[in-house]
Design a protein around this ligand. Structure first.
Ligand code: H2B
Length: 100
């Protein structure tokens, strides 16, 4: 079972994820990605979906054309856990493949 990150743990984790910011109204992290077109955005989302399913940890996300807004939070603990940090790192790796 995941546990909510302590203040020290989340500060350390966020320092490693400069492209993410804390949500204004949730204990969650967010990143916006703007791709070249819808095909790239959806290819990226497909890769993330497969990893999310394998992790049994799923993003909250919103896609309009080439923009993907992602919010990560662990529902089971009502806030940020190590699972969100792990998924954010994987997402950053995929995004880098698209030059983001
Ligand atoms: N995703 C996220 N983001 N948080 C969760 O707590 C979570 C999840 N729990 N995906 C999983 C699925 C849980 O509902 C199932 C039953 O394992």
């Amino acid at each position: 079972m995941a546990e909510k990150l302590t203040e020290a743990a989340r500060a350390a984790a966020l320092a490693q994820l400069p492209k993410w910011h804390m949500s204004e109204d949730r204990d969650a992290i967010e990143r916006r990605l703007v791709f070249r077109d819808f095909g790239q955005a959806f290819a990226f989302m497909t890769r993330v979906a497969l990893v999310a399913e394998a992790m049994d940890h799923h993003p909250e996300w919103f896609n309009v054309y080439k923009t993907v807004d992602i919010l990560l939070s662990t529902h089971d603990v009502g806030g940020l856990s190590e699972l969100d940090i792990k998924l954010a790192r994987r997402i950053d790796t995929f995004a880098a493949d698209f030059g983001l």
